[in-house]
Design a protein around this ligand. Structure first.
Ligand SMILES: Nc1ncnc2c1ncn2[C@@H]1O[C@H](COP(=O)(O)OP(=O)(O)O)[C@@H](O)[C@H]1O
Ligand SMILES: CC(=O)N[C@@H](CCC(=O)OP(=O)(O)O)C(=O)O
Length: 302
């Protein structure tokens, strides 16, 4: 009887001890995790996400969650009779649409994640970029075919104030941030792409890692023709690839590039549809998605 028990218990100890080098390396470090709206497929996945984040916190890391909600916003706009339109990968956001964006991100998606995390204890505190000047932006006008285009209340980040997030982390809490910015140029607010917001926060916080959870396995080498995932690339390699990327991958990979060029050690895009993908990525060698690393010192034109 006891021999059988030992048999089944030993592999579990093995798994725990395998995580030791990662626990040592990441102890006390900040990890920014972006949870994309497309990865929030079902209740089980959302609950597993919350478990992973709480696990990281109890393992001595400092997780910061930045969430998206693109599909959820589109569904709510649809119910309000507002048609969703994207230009340069960003939502054209009228004044009316902005109210809906804010209501869905801060009032629904963020509340749901805070609730799931807090099933494990008094840990999560939700905020938007408006709170304590966390994210400040000016009006963003993307250039499309050589012309500046007005896409409404979409913001370009000009400043990050990490004070509120750092105070929460120091208090052992898990900040959950919605990608809405305070406006530098008028009294209103701006809609910011959640990947861009997560990357800017990761850089400003000096995070160890930016982890972007989405609905594909990683960055595909030749999307949509093949599902060959690029497992590792340097900032310079990514920079060369950027002009070829499409739609949702553009802000994600631009964000990864910004992060590793501004002090973040690794930026990863991983499949949020796989349960416990965060734990697999942080605590094992068999990293599952795409990892972007800074250029090696001495790299030409790095
Ligand atoms: N090279 C690529 N590799 C993987 N996905 C790509 C690529 N180019 C474009 N995509 C698209 O980007 C999508 C992910 O971005 P997005 O829809 O904005 O997700 P999220 O809600 O997680 O931010 C994928 O589902 C895929 O359709
Ligand atoms: C300006 C802009 O496009 N904002 C995004 C904000 C939410 C988001 O980025 O959500 P995902 O991460 O799920 O795509 C939007 O309105 O859809």
């Amino acid at each position: 009887m006891s021999a059988t028990r030992k048999h089944t218990a030993l592999p579990k100890a093995q798994i725990l001890i395998e995580a030791l080098p990662w626990l040592t390396r990441h102890h006390g470090r900040t990890v920014v995790i972006k949870f994309g709206g497309n990865a929030m497929i079902d209740e089980d996945l959302k609950a597993a996400f919350a478990q992973d984040v709480v696990f990281l916190r109890h393992a001595g890391l400092k997780p910061v969650v930045v969430h998206g909600g693109g599909p959820q916003i589109s569904a709510a706009l649809d119910r309000h009779g507002i048609v969703s339109e994207f230009k340069a990968g960003l939502r054209v956001t009228t004044e009316d649409a902005m109210d809906v964006v804010r209501m869905v991100l801060a009032g629904q998606v963020q509340r749901e994640l805070v609730g799931l995390l807090n099933q494990h204890g008094p840990l999560a505190v939700g905020l938007t970029g408006e709170d304590a000047h966390t994210i400040t932006a000016v009006k963003h006008q993307p250039e499309i075919d050589g012309e500046l285009v007005d896409i409404g209340r979409v913001g370009e980040i000009t400043a990050i104030d990490t004070g509120a997030i750092e105070a929460l982390l120091a208090d052992g809490r898990i900040p959950v941030v919605s990608s809405i910015a305070r406006s530098q140029d008028d009294g209103h607010v701006y809609n910011v792409n959640a990947d861009t917001a997560a990357a800017a926060l990761a850089a400003a916080l000096g995070a160890e890692t930016l982890m972007v959870l989405t609905d594909v396995e990683g960055l595909y080498e030749d999307w949509p023709n093949s599902d060959e995932v690029i497992s590792r690339l340097t900032a310079r390699e990514l920079e060369k690839l950027l002009p070829e990327l499409a739609s949702g991958m553009v802000p994600k990979m631009e964000g990864c590039l910004h992060a590793v060029r501004n002090g973040v050690n690794t930026a990863r895009v991983i499949d949020g549809r796989v349960q416990h993908s965060i734990l697999l990525e942080i605590f094992t060698d068999e990293g599952i998605g795409t990892m972007v690393v800074p250029d090696a010192e001495g790299d030409a034109d790095a």
